[in-house]
Design a protein around this ligand. Sequence first.
Ligand SMILES: Nc1ncnc2c1ncn2[C@@H]1O[C@H](COP(=O)(O)OP(=O)(O)OP(=O)(O)O)[C@@H](O)[C@H]1O
Ligand SMILES: [Mg+2]
Length: 454
Amino acid sequence: MMTIGVIDDDTTTRKMMGHILSQAGYSVETFANGRSFLEKIEKNPFDIVFLDLQLPDMGGLEILAHIKTIRMETEVIIVTGHGSIENAVKATKEGAFHYLSKPCRSHDLRLMAERAAEKIRLHRENTLLRSQVCKDSPLTGFIGNSKAMQAIFETIRKVSQVNCTILLEAETGTGKQLTARAIHELGSTKNAPFVYFNCGGFTEDLICSELFGHEKGAFTGASACKIGLFESAKGGTVLLDEIGEMPMSMQVKLLHVLQERQVLRVGGISPIDLDVRIIAATNKDLQQLIKAGMFREDLYYRLNVVTIRLPRLRERREDIPLLIYHFIAKANKAFSKDIKGISSQALDLLMHYSYPGNVRELENIIQHAAVLTEGQKLLPADLPFHLRKLNLQDSFTEELPPLDEVEKRYIFKVLSKTEHNLKAAGKILNIPRTTLWRKLKKYGLSDSADSDMT
Ligand SMILES: Nc1ncnc2c1ncn2[C@@H]1O[C@H](COP(=O)(O)OP(=O)(O)OP(=O)(O)O)[C@@H](O)[C@H]1O
Ligand SMILES: [Mg+2]
């Protein structure tokens, strides 16, 4: 539970504020002067403080400075009477979160407390997540706290220590390439090359000459000797991506290389010892390709000495928040932004999406939102349209209300998801602000949006 301290020398205001905030679920303590408050926070600082600027014994700005030295993270909201707005503005420049003018409406008081609490929560989550991100991954930037991913990391650690062939079978965007890299970086291969080769879309001849190299004059146009990828990766790793796309005729040759642990340049006569780790990757089901006669069974068994199957993102949703924060940090760097986090409504949408494109798709979504957002927090309005649509479904599945009622509920929902930001709500609803305003009046929702109309 968030703790709140209220300092005000006016008894009625103090009691009223204490009452409203306790009712809203905070643990509140009130103080009539600066001294008693400062004594208290030496031992127990509050999460949020509502501070009256005009106190009999001390200046408000002085108290603000004390609060911030004791705990930087405490959010201070200045409560000020008419005529002292200038000082309140000055206070926000010196670290106060916001200010409220007296007399404050209970709605504003609660809203302000909630916003400060949200900021604190985000800050805490952020710190926590940042420390988790670096902790258990075999490589920084390879994220996953779920059991499934922790098991994958363990396998990666083990296989990186032996030179065996590895097959990565998983859907697109699940992190196959990242896994191959991690194995490479953790093993003795680390200081040697990591070579990537995509087996799809090439003829047998081309694949042969790329992988094995060729001697000078091996065929028309071979004017010089060429070193193949297997040779050039000496001591390192060759990732054969989309192995399921390799032509059948080429599969025999690869099988031979794996059996003999030797390669022969095209047109060459003396075989060269193979000194690489081979990792093959596919987003196809190789067993099915075997059944369909499109993949050699013997090659399959050569490749899958160890098979790693990466889970789909929708099978490990608990990793989604961690990944989001990781991608926000990446986007901040890439686009020179200062996004601090994500609103709970937007997070909710992202937690319930199916991600056919897995982690890559999530990364794209966050990039999209980071580019569009105008604030420091990603909101539902910043997400791509197909995600925003998700929250339409739940509210009227059982009953069949009249159209008016549906519109009213939907507008209300959009308003609460956008935290009563009329601009963002209008954007989602795709109606002008004046129309939205008229509808709010009609449905008696205008109170909740009052403060944002100015
Ligand atoms: N666990 C993860 N942590 C952080 N980033 C990840 C993770 N998994 C995937 N990514 C990111 O998602 C994107 C896709 O990952 P990667 O290229 O490794 O997937 P893939 O399985 O090889 O996909 P494809 O089959 O389409 O080639 C990359 O930008 C990668 O950095
Ligand atoms: Mg890939």
